[in-house]
Design a protein around this ligand. Structure first.
Ligand SMILES: NC(=O)C1=CN([C@@H]2O[C@H](COP(=O)(O)OP(=O)(O)OC[C@H]3O[C@@H](n4cnc5c(N)ncnc54)[C@H](OP(=O)(O)O)[C@@H]3O)[C@@H](O)[C@H]2O)C=CC1
Ligand SMILES: N[C@@H](CC=O)C(=O)O
Ligand code: NA
Length: 365
């Protein structure tokens, strides 16, 4: 049995629990050896004394968070998990730096980590290296974070395979943000009628954006993904030195909340319309692109113009497109598909949990 504790059962974490429950209730997978034993959010932490199989997940929130097995703090939460029988994985579904800084402690106690949270792999490189070093043993524990880049798309697993089989990464380029993909696929096209702020609002209500959409529009989400890809490819990239184009209007960068930002964004629709009209007048469209440069250390994150028949100009919805140019793939290996949204992100986390089950003898799905 794989014990699973979820930190932050919000949009993505909630979708993961629903997928676990649905999966276990389908006769074909009833034996899924995953048991949710803990949930914490920023207000309450609970470890269940009862092992909740996926069938019980319909009541997971009340059943666990309402239970008496409430723990006082993260240290007690960690200690309670470390003594459980069998393998235990902590799934961090927050975007918290503080929680990401706990990964080395969790790993040192033999807990696996599965997460879509980019912070642990894109903040200070010393944390990235410590996580790598503590999860390097073939006997485990492991860290799987496929959903940190392109949600459930097999980006990091493909990159890992390329690197581990000795291929040389020349360039990794693409549209890494589901939010910005959705925005420009719907705003920067000839004849578009939606205003920029309306597109942002739809992206947020569709569950694509970070908790604060400025973390998408300022380029930091893409910068984090470029940094993660670069580091996995063996480059010492840092978000502090990566050139990142921030498209949040200066006047809105410092407003106190995501709600205030969203309410004031319509004031700048004209600004974005002008940018778009200029691109369209030159026969181009605007797309927000990240690039990992494996040869000349010129990695970048920026808004750029593309001809209307360019592959980056023909995406739909929140699609990402990632092109790996390597020694073996001079014509790039391309992965494309939805790169944001609760369900496709939860899918990536779920698939990582199944990898933990298969690798550590808790049965396959
Ligand atoms: N949405 C998407 O398409 C994708 C999202 N991701 C990543 O998934 C993660 C979650 O995103 P999403 O579900 O949209 O975000 P939400 O804001 O919906 O959920 C975040 C959850 O984390 C909890 N939380 C925040 N801080 C803490 C803390 N310090 N301790 C415990 N719990 C905490 C929140 O609880 P409370 O409400 O009580 O504060 C909330 O339940 C992010 O890292 C995001 O970058 C990755 C790929 C795609
Ligand atoms: N906000 C991000 C979520 C996935 O990483 C995006 O829009 O891609
Ligand atoms: Na992915």
């Amino acid at each position: 049995m794989l014990n699973v504790a979820i930190v932050g059962p919000g949009l993505v974490g909630g979708a993961l629990l629903e997928q676990l429950a649905a999966h276990a209730q389908s006769p074909r997978f009833a034996s899924l050896p995953i048991s949710v034993v803990g949930l914490i959010n920023s207000k309450k932490m609970a470890i269940s004394t009862k092992s909740f199989t996926a069938q019980d997940l319909d009541q997971w929130k009340t059943a666990i968070l309402g239970s008496s097995a409430v723990v006082a703090d993260l240290s007690q939460f960690t200690d309670s998990l470390a003594v459980l029988k069998g393998s235990t994985a902590v799934v961090d579904c927050t975007s918290s730096d503080t929680i990401a800084e706990l990964y080395p402690l969790w790993l040192s106690k033999g807990l696996h980590v599965v997460t879509p949270n980019k912070k642990g792999f894109s903040n200070d490189i010393s944390l990235f290296r410590k996580i790598q070093q503590l999860s390097a043993s073939p006997k485990g524990p492991v860290v799987y974070h496929e959903a940190t880049v392109g949600a459930g798309l097999p980006i990091l697993s493909t990159l890992n395979d390329l690197v581990r089989t000795g291929d040389k990464i020349v360039k990794i380029e693409g549209i890494f943000s589901g939010t910005l993909s959705y925005l420009f696929n719907n705003f920067s096209i000839p004849g578009a009628t939606q205003k920029f702020s309306e597109c942002v609002s739809v992206a947020k209500s569709s569950g694509y954006t970070e908790p604060d959409p400025r973390d998408d529009l300022n380029g930091m989400d893409v910068a984090r993904k470029v940094t993660i890809l670069g580091r996995v490819a063996g480059l010492d990239l840092s978000i502090d030195t990566l050139p990142v184009e921030n498209i949040v209007p200066e006047e809105l960068r410092g407003v106190s909340s995501a709600e205030e930002f969203m309410s004031r964004l319509p004031e700048f629709d004209e600004h974005f319309k002008k940018l778009n009209d200029e691109a369209l007048a030159s026969g181009s469209v605007l797309r927000y692109v990240g690039m990992v440069d494996g040869v000349n250390s010129q990695s970048s994150v920026k808004l750029a113009r593309y001809a209307r028949d360019h592959p980056f100009a023909s995406l739909k919805g929140s699609d990402n497109i990632i092109a790996f140019t390597t020694e073996r793939f001079p014509n790039p290996l391309i992965i494309q598909g939805a790169g944001a949204g609760a369900a496709v992100t939860a899918f990536g986390i779920f698939a990582d949990l199944i990898k933990v089950c298969e690798r550590f003898g808790t049965g396959s799905a």
